[in-house]
Design a protein around this ligand. Structure first.
Ligand code: ATP
Ligand code: MG
Length: 471
């Protein structure tokens, strides 16, 4: 059996609510460690765990919000100062051999000695085998005395800080799966919020698969709350926006449409705020003016924890969170990204344009995935990743009308904007066969999936595969 001393962060400061915070932290630790934790003891400012597996405990505790630091320790019982020092010496002697050290001690309980005595007597005994250095020792020999027991350790491992999840209210994070929005959601978890997610899917199951995988990775941190994920079918709305809204305003109107729908979900499900990953000026759609216009008239607070962070700071956090490699894989559609928005939109004008889209928001399909179903859900759609790659190289072009989505000129291929392809295929009917091509194959895949569902014979590929392909 090993022991772990857990120290909390700010929850120690919470006055009357302190016990409640501690209970929540203890509950989250139990949930996360499951069978690994055999017994829990609480002392002022400490939670002490008996665990059956140190390695698992170490990994799990480093992701439980509310924990400031923890130490893997040995527990001893003692009768008097001499007995304590003898036992502590046995524990520390191999750890300090050939190194410099100092002894640290804190004490709770009634004893006929104090912490200083422990430091002097134990320090003296250890100095027969190692050298004391109180300023910059290689090893700190810690003795934490709690009544008739003492915990011995040499290391402080970092917890993530923050507040235990569940001690703050419920919020709804808008996540694209990208680095920013995932980190933004993480920050709210860190502050103890119960975070649900909404993803506006402008792609197909392929996007959904990668975004859900990224969220699942993030949920390693969400001990203590069973999150819900809303997936909104947003392709039709995006296409409508691209087609109907002035290009200079389309991105801001798109953002406004997301806020509006998210607001509706939030108001209906008890969320107190929306959370997004914008950072001022990071993109032309994220100027103060454009955020102002997009948010104008939204009746629920929007939390933007990344507002003052630089991209490289966000990326570093995303590595720490562990979602970097996941976000990296989320396929992005080139279509909307190619639009250059005005950096200074005007709110009334944005709202006026948005009014054209607003009625459509009434009828979008929203899928709700609960935490307990996520694993199953992902395994059901995991075939998509392979299928996507296989179909990219397996398209058979002969007899197909070839369409490149974008502006490239390729002999024998028609070039069309993303928003025009769908109507083009519809107007050329089901007697023709089609091959859609785009830079990475993602937009082509998205449109081909939609058209296939409607009974058209459409294949897709990327520009690279298309050029390399010889029939
Ligand atoms: P991210 O890295 O999160 O994708 P980004 O830098 O690409 O962000 P934008 O595309 O401008 O920035 O989006 C800004 C924010 O709007 C995102 O951080 C996210 O909160 C929200 N958002 C954008 N697209 C979606 C989407 N498809 N579904 C849900 N939220 C989205
Ligand atoms: Mg993005």
């Amino acid at each position: 059996m090993a022991f772990v001393i857990v120290r909390y962060s700010e929850i120690g400061l919470k006055g009357g609510r302190r016990k409640w915070f501690e209970d929540k932290l203890e509950e989250n630790i139990k949930k996360s460690l499951g069978d690994v934790v055999k017994r829990i003891k609480r002392y002022y400012g400490r939670i002490i765990l008996d665990v059956s597996d140190e390695a698992i405990a170490k990994i799990k505790l480093s992701k439980i919000f509310g924990i400031k630091s923890f130490s893997l320790a040995e527990r001893i019982e003692f009768n008097n100062l001499n007995d304590l020092v003898e036992k502590a010496f046995e524990y520390f002697k191999d750890k300090v051999k050939g190194k410099t050290f100092k002894v640290e001690c804190n004490r709770v309980g009634k004893h006929d000695f104090n912490s200083y005595d422990v430091k002097v007597v134990l320090g003296d005994k250890l100095s027969s085998i190692a050298k004391v250095d109180v300023k910059n020792p290689d090893v700190e020999c810690w003795v934490e005395i709690r009544n008739k027991e003492a915990y011995l350790f040499t290391e402080f491992l970092n917890g993530p800080g923050g507040l235990p999840i569940g001690t703050e209210g419920k919020v709804l994070a808008l996540v694209s799966g990208g680095y920013d929005s995932i980190v933004a959601a993480w920050f709210l978890m860190k502050r103890g919020c119960k975070v649900d997610f909404v993803f506006f899917n402008q792609g197909s199951d392929l996007q959904k698969y990668f975004v859900l995988k990224t969220i699942k990775k993030l949920l390693e941190w969400s001990v203590g709350y069973e999150n819900t994920i809303y997936v909104v079918d947003f392709l039709d709305i995006s296409m409508k926006i691209l087609k109907e809204i002035k290009p200079s305003l389309s991105l801001v109107v798109f953002r406004r449409s997301m806020y509006s729908l998210a607001e509706k979900i939030a108001l209906g499900n008890g969320h107190l705020a929306l959370v997004t990953g914008e950072s001022i000026g990071q993109k032309s759609s994220q100027t103060a003016e454009n955020l102002y216009s997009a948010e104008y008239g939204i009746r629920i607070p929007i939390f933007r924890p990344l507002i003052g962070l630089d991209k490289d700071e966000i990326i570093n956090i995303s590595r720490y969170v562990g979602t970097y490699e996941y976000s990296e894989k989320v396929p992005e559609l080139c279509s909307l990204l190619s639009v250059h928005p005005s950096v200074k939109s005007n709110a009334p004008e944005v709202i006026k344009e948005f009014k054209m889209i607003e009625p459509l928001l009434e009828n979008v399909n929203i899928e709700k995935i609960t935490f307990d179903k996520l694993e199953d859900y992902l395994s059901k759609i995991s075939y998509i990743e392979k299928e996507f790659t296989r179909s990219l190289s397996n398209f058979g072009e002969s007899g197909r009308i070839k369409i490149f989505i974008g502006k490239r000129k390729i002999p024998g291929v028609i070039s069309l904007d993303f928003s025009k392809v769908y109507d083009f295929v519809k107007s050329h009917g089901k007697d023709n066969k089609y091959l859609l091509i785009c830079e990475r194959g993602i937009s082509a895949y998205v449109l081909a999936s939609k058209l296939k569902k409607e009974g058209y014979d459409v294949k897709y590929t990327s520009i690279e595969k298309f050029i390399l392909h010889k029939e």
